[in-house]
Design a protein around this ligand. Structure first.
Ligand code: HEC
Ligand SMILES: [Cu+2]
Length: 321
């Protein structure tokens, strides 16, 4: 990569310049006050040295104006930092709806990546430039953290729950990918690269290799684990149909409502007892330990692809990603 000395990593995502501006603002404020304090220390050390003559017993009363000033200025500055940071934080957590979806499984010590079309890679993520991407990530073991300095983004990858991260690469090139959470002996080998390509090169890259889509792989798992014995509608009326489930509101036996998102689907498969659908008995077995995280992504992709019953002839269209 670039051998020349640089203080800053390249800025290669739409988020990067905005994060840098906030960073420079923080740096400027801290430098200004650090300097101010140093200069004041030196100045007063000389001015009030032991041999200097001045009234040492002066009583200044209560200088309330001074108190108010030095409370309000820092308050204003920290509020600017807070709201500025909060705006960037929210922006970095709300992916544009048209984002390409990529799933990421972190494990000791590698990154396993699968694209929506089915293409898989390890320790590398190929992307087209200028298109937003959303990663849905989970860990197979301990906490990892997905960190791309050139994008100014970092997100912890947790065991047992999904986290997401989105970005839009703005430059063609190869960028470092690090695990930024100490995760055991070979943590330092848990590195890779994000390869941002021209859209034409990218579609060429997509061509090669096997591509069973996650939805198809998920359908295989659905058959393999005989989910259909219960969930394929006519067989057992005591089980809820899964068509159109994704994104809908589900009433639970406890009376609450939950949105059927990826996390809910994952929990329904691994720990069906945790949230039982209203009107059903909790007879579904747990699949904990039988399906790995990559398989769960596929199974969930399949459940997501099941269109609502009314328009089930249209299945293709509601396929996710
Ligand atoms: C023995 C029958 C049975 C099998 C086998 C079974 N389920 Fe279920 N499933 C149920 C029942 C009953 C419920 C509703 C009660 C509950 O929420 O636990 C349910 C609930 C669910 C839900 C939540 C549905 C909703 O409306 O919110 C999902 C998702 C789900 N199952 C997926 C699967 C998948 C995927 C498999 C295969 C890996 C599977 N199930 C295997 C019986 C089964
Ligand atoms: Cu790690």
């Amino acid at each position: 990569m670039d051998k020349s000395f640089r203080l800053f990593p390249e800025a290669a995502s739409t988020a990067a310049p905005a994060v840098d501006r906030l960073y420079f603002f923080l740096l400027a404020v801290s430098s200004f006050f650090t300097l101010l304090i140093c200069v004041a220390i030196l100045y007063f050390a000389v001015k009030y040295r032991r041999s200097a003559s001045f009234a040492r017993s002066a009583d200044y009363g209560s200088p309330w104006k001074l108190e108010v000033t030095w409370s309000l200025i820092p308050l204003a500055l920290t509020m600017v930092m807070f709201f500025w940071g909060a705006v960037l934080y929210f922006r970095s957590h709300r992916a544009p709806p048209e984002s390409a979806k990529v799933s990421v499984v972190g494990k000791q010590w590698m990154w396993k990546i699968q694209h929506a079309g089915g293409k898989q890679e390890i320790n590398a993520l190929h992307l087209p430039v200028g298109r937003p991407v959303q990663l849905t990530m989970i860990s197979e073991d301990v906490i990892h953290s997905f960190y791309v300095p050139a994008f100014r983004l970092k997100q912890d990858v947790l065991p047992g729950s999904y986290t997401t991260l989105w970005f839009e690469p703005t430059k063609v090139g190869r960028f470092h990918l690090f695990c930024a959470e100490y995760c055991g002996t070979s943590h330092s080998d848990m590195i890779g690269e994000v390869v941002v390509m021209d859209p034409a090169d990218y579609s060429e890259w997509l061509q090669g290799g096997p591509t069973e889509s996650p939805v198809e792989a998920g359908r295989r798992l659905f058959e393999q684990f005989r989910c259909g014995n219960c969930h394929a509608a006519p067989v057992r009326p005591r089980c809820p149909p899964l068509d159109g489930l994704y994104g809908s509101q589900v009433a639970l036996s406890g009376g609450e409502m939950v949105t059927a998102d990826e996390a809910y689907l994952r929990e329904s498969i691994l720990n069906p007892q945790a949230k039982v659908v209203a009107g059903y008995q909790s007879v579904m077995p747990s699949y904990e330990g039988q399906i790995d995280e990559a398989g769960l992504f596929e199974l969930i992709a399949y459940v997501k692809s099941l269109a609502p019953p009314e328009q089930s002839s249209d299945k293709k269209q509601s396929a996710p990603q």
